[in-house]
Design a binder for this molecule. Structure first.
Ligand code: GCU
Length: 409
């Protein structure tokens, strides 16, 4: 007898469930055209996710400005590298985030496509180049990468380089930019309040039940980065891709949902609160994520702990908000915590929205074999061998997908 695949091991624990129909409005109207989708259903779904899952970033005028701190030749002279400080200012205060940008040398008529994503531990961890400043912001303690007392150190330089294959991205003719998520909100239940939230609320002011948590502020920060990067010489503002791994994959999906300037959305192993269906309740559940990371979602999301059936949305509806833009969801075979099958099923359930636009979904009806990417349509999916992570293999698929969709320009 053949062994069941790792991803099938927990199938017997999936309870019976029904997901909300992506094409039926709250008032019961059946959406049958792309125009109805854009006018009626899309805004409704965005608002449901704001109210019940990710929360809302307070509304206030923010001035966004940027300065290039340094511009150098990098990656054996194949790229130009810019370190850009983006300053965010409200009537209450001002803060900044630092963007590390690599761009191929030379010129393209409309500028280069850009992959934009947050990083977990500081820009200096993304590349071993010695002249990227070590972040002086709060970082999670990880003695193995030299972060102690919530401060980063030289020991962390380049430790995340395998997650950011810069040379490969540049070689594929794309630019890539990253920002430390802690510049926007430290990833910690206490310290996250000291991030960009302070532009709107002082840290003593408690959250309202519908106010954004860290994921909401991270996503907001990605859009502020686009405000600057879309005007940056050499970048094609029509081809900005949002990408993220894991908690930052949840963030990429939410940023892509809110901000349609992102021309493509990529979720890598984003799991619970990302691409995986909450109602399947295997791997990480809503209760588990709210318990361990009470600062990621809005407080109202806690009402759905062990109560997923009451959620007015599920994560296939988040994926559908990427339509009609190309969407790529990827899992890893051993990453059962993120529920690879749940990520696949919700991707399938987003297809009817792409169909409204005459766009093509996945070819597979069930999870494809490991490392057989299903990427010929406008919605793509693969499951990589191995554990949770973002690897060179994943990037190769994303670059090929981007290249296919963007090569016309
Ligand atoms: C934890 C968490 C996940 C998250 C992951 C990550 O495993 O439970 O929800 O995606 O960390 O960000 O690496």
């Amino acid at each position: 007898m053949t062994q069941p695949r790792a991803i099938d091991r927990e199938e017997h624990n999936v309870p019976p469930y029904t997901v909300p129909d992506v094409l039926t409005t709250v008032d019961g109207v059946q959406v049958t055209t792309a125009d109805q989708w854009q006018r009626l259903r899309r805004p409704e779904i965005v608002s449901l996710f704001q109210q019940h899952v990710y929360g809302i970033v307070p509304d206030a005028a923010v001035r966004v400005a940027h300065t290039v701190l340094a511009e150098d030749s990098a990656l054996a002279d194949t790229a130009s590298r810019r370190q850009i400080r983006i300053t965010l200012t409200t009537a209450a205060r001002s803060t900044s985030m630092d963007c590390l940008l690599y761009m191929p040398k030379g010129k393209q008529a409309h500028g280069f496509p850009l992959f934009l994503g947050l990083n977990f531990s500081g820009n200096h961890t993304v590349s071993s180049e010695s002249d990227i400043p070590i972040t002086d912001r709060w970082v999670r303690n990880q003695p193995e990468i030299g972060t102690l007392g919530n401060r980063a150190s030289e020991a962390g330089r380049g430790v995340m380089a395998s997650r950011w294959p810069l040379q490969r991205i540049i070689g594929a003719g794309c630019a890539v930019a990253t920002i430390y998520c802690g510049d926007l909100a430290p990833d910690d239940p206490e310290h996250w309040l000291d991030g960009v939230r302070q532009l709107f609320r002082d840290s003593q002011t408690p959250r309202t039940p519908g106010e954004a948590g860290a994921i909401g502020y991270w996503a907001w920060g990605l859009s502020r980065a686009v405000d600057c990067l879309e005007a940056e010489p050499g970048i094609d503002p029509q081809r900005i891709i949002v990408i993220g791994h894991s908690r930052l994959g949840k963030t990429a999906l939410w940023a892509g949902a809110l901000d349609q300037r992102f021309a493509m959305v990529i979720s890598n192993n984003s799991g619970c609160g990302g691409a995986a269906l909450s109602r399947r309740r295997v791997g990480e559940t809503v209760a588990a994520i709210n318990r361990q990371f009470p600062h990621w979602f809005c407080e109202r999301f806690r009402a759905y702990d062990d109560n997923e059936a009451k959620l007015p949305v599920d994560q296939h509806m988040l994926l559908s908000l990427a339509a009609p833009r190309p969407l790529y969801v990827a899992s890893a075979e051993e990453d059962l915590w993120a529920d690879p099958r749940g990520e696949f099923v919700s991707t399938k359930l987003a297809e009817p929205v792409y169909a409204l636009f005459g766009l093509r979904g996945l070819s597979h009806r069930d999870v494809p074999n490991a490392e057989v990417p299903d990427n010929a349509g406008d919605v793509a999916y693969h499951v990589r061998m191995g554990p949770h992570g973002i690897t060179d293999y994943d990037w190769q698929q994303y670059l090929a997908f981007a290249n296919r969709h963007f090569r016309q320009r």
